[in-house]
Design a protein around this ligand. Structure first.
Ligand code: SF4
Length: 365
């Protein structure tokens, strides 16, 4: 039986962070209730179309935890009732540290959540302030502790690199903090200034790090994380052995997924489609056709994000033709300059290659 993942977008946050361009807004109990009720209906309508096995479920946002454990569990229960969910499915919920401490993790574990992803961003209080975050690092530690006491032991922390005022030392301190909290997984992203955010309007006044500093932060983070047993498996993701995030690996392997919620994207039966970044459009069931997906160029682009890179036998099994010799020749040239590695089975980026992967990929495909 073919498999796929389900993404549920919960578009509410207590406060908008000035760097964030995810679709989210402030909500209240009435809106949380309405959104949950609509989502329960949507889950039924999608289950009629998707008769494959679900191997991962991811509640993201926004801040899913703001709607409370009961609503999250009602949505997960509905998914389990309506879809064929694998008994070993990875079920993740994003949790913000300030809402984590009030969450009923016991109920969440009993309902089937087995992984949480906590938006720490930094363990340095000044950096948290610079990012406009409304929590402390200790609240993230407490969230991890409470989840783990309730039996949810697979815990990921998000870190950010390139925060105003961040130094190599303060990043190392944040990595130490994550390791000390005993998390199994760390996502470490470079701050990107996105159009439409408050940081974008302030970008000329912010003490942002330049490309060289960002490269130093990234390469140091990779080394420091690996030293603490977090092996890199994707450009920005690191895990203890066996704790790699299944849901996102499915994206990078060009696997299928259904996104439910405003702004959620889907790729199913070779087609891409999404809900607009607007709750009312979601309620009105407006789905935007985004064309076809999953061709060989897209597969090369996504799989090269992974540390294992492009596995030639998997590519050939999927497309019934080998990677084009001209692409292999270009990879060989990048390998000569230390940006990529290549053998008879696969091609992948080196650490320094990951830093410039976007421009290299655009030359490869
Ligand atoms: S809490 Fe997360 S989703 Fe919400 S505004 Fe901040 S970064 Fe964006």
């Amino acid at each position: 039986m073919n498999t796929f993942g389900i993404y549920l977008h919960i578009p509410f946050c207590r406060k908008k962070c000035p760097y964030c361009d995810f679709y989210s807004k402030r909500g209240n109990e009435i809106e949380y209730e309405k959104y949950t009720a609509e989502t329960l209906k949507k889950i039924i309508s999608w289950s009629n179309l998707c008769n494959k096995k679900v191997t991962s479920i991811y509640f993201g946002g926004g801040t899913p935890s703001v709607v409370g454990a009961e609503r999250l569990c009602a949505m997960l229960d509905q998914i389990k009732k309506q879809f064929c969910v694998d008994e070993n499915a990875e079920v993740t919920c994003e949790v913000n540290p300030e809402s984590g401490k009030g969450l009923d993790f016991e109920l969440m574990r009993k309902t089937g959540f087995n992984r949480i992803s906590v938006g720490l961003q930094s363990a340095d209080e000044n950096e948290l302030k610079a990012l406009g975050r409304i929590h402390t690092a200790e609240e993230a530690r407490l969230t991890a502790k409470l989840a783990s006491q309730a039996g949810i032991n697979n815990i990921s922390f998000d870190l950010m690199m390139g925060i105003p005022f961040q130094t190599l030392e303060s990043l190392k301190y944040s990595i130490d903090f994550c390791a000390d909290c005993g998390v199994t997984h760390i996502s470490s992203y470079l701050l990107k200034i996105e159009k439409g955010t408050k940081f974008f309007t302030l970008k000329d006044k912010l003490p942002l790090s330049d490309d060289d500093i960002q490269a130093d932060l990234y390469l140091n983070a990779v080394d420091e994380l690996e030293r603490r047993g977090y092996a890199q498996y994707e450009i920005s993701n690191f895990a203890k052995p066996g704790y790699e995030g299944k849901h996102n690996i499915n994206y990078w392997k060009c696997g299928e997924y259904i996104g439910i919620g405003s702004s959620a994207h889907s790729f199913f039966d070779g087609k891409r489609f999404y809900y607009e970044r607007n709750i009312q459009d979601y309620y009105d069931r407006k789905i935007v056709d985004d064309g076809t997906g999953g061709d060989s160029r897209e597969y090369i682009m996504l799989s090269l994000r992974l540390k294992e890179g492009l596995v030639f036998s998997e590519f050939e099994r999927r497309y019934a033709f080998p990677v084009h010799p001209a692409t292999i020749q270009k990879i060989k040239n990048f390998a000569k300059h230390g940006f990529m590695e290549l053998d008879s089975e696969h091609a992948c980026f080196t650490k320094k290659g990951f830093l410039v992967s976007n421009s290299i990929i655009s030359e490869l495909i």
